[in-house]
Ligand binder design. Sequence first.
Ligand code: C2E
Ligand code: MG
Ligand code: MG
Length: 278
Amino acid sequence: RAMSALERALESNNRLALADEANADLWLQDDLRDALVNNELSIQFQPLVDIRSRRVTSVEALARWRSARHGVIAPSRFIALAEQAGLAPELTRWSVNAILREYAPLRRQMPELRCAINLSPKVFSQSGIEGQISAALAIWGIPPESLTLEVTETAVMDDPELSSATLRHLRDTGVRVAIDDFGQGYSSFTYLKHFPATELKIDQSFVTPMAGDPRARQLVRSMIGIAHHLDMEAVAEGVEDATTLAYLAEMGCDIAQGYHLGRPMDVPELLQRLRAQE
Ligand code: C2E
Ligand code: MG
Ligand code: MG
């Protein structure tokens, strides 16, 4: 920090600069660059449960950064940092490979288990994402049907034409596509019309309060209807209690994800969970 303040001081008129919090992000960005090279990031998997059979049918891969210097940093923070620093392509390359490397042996034990990967909003403006994903699938011997790509509305809104064309190509290879955090954005319906998705993930801000909030329940019910009318599976995120799960079952929701069904976990814990289910 002192070095960075010195650099800025030399460039400024009054030769003064402070190593303050605003510059902490710059340092984090540097450390994130190193973390990617040194494999300091790791992956956890959160189960997605079929509401009718109560079986884990899929897992969502979530990135974790445990930094020696900064402690645990939440993905919402470091992914935004990566984007600001222009590291989104590197992060994507790292995460697609790191995730599939861990998922490949899981799938050999349980061939019907699917895996979902979150794609950074900036990914669609970079070329070659389709090739990168197809190549990674081939390397790890994973059929495209086993992979779901989660994209948020904001990702798609940046450049709807480019992103829906890219996603359509990927869909054509058999890869599944989920709309993540549905309901969070502003113009859901405009792009729902053209968007080639297989799953609609209802944002946790509607799901988590369902048990005590009739309006939240009505909204979730409507969103499940939208998903089904458009031939998509309805997935509820942020299921934190049994009452919510019971409501979702009654509403005909297909898949549930949330702390009530399982927190994000490491592979050994996930394996235990999957074995228990067998
Ligand atoms: P997301 O894709 O919507 O992931 C779900 C988030 O909700 C995860 O937070 C998960 O831990 C949390 N969650 C799951 N069940 C519950 C619940 O019952 N209650 C509550 N309160 N929260 C629940 P996490 O792991 O902090 O990830 C936050 C976001 O960061 C993700 O949201 C995703 O958009 C992004 N992200 C995570 N990993 C990656 C990655 O590898 N690449 C990219 N591009 N984005 C990632
Ligand atoms: Mg997600
Ligand atoms: Mg989500």
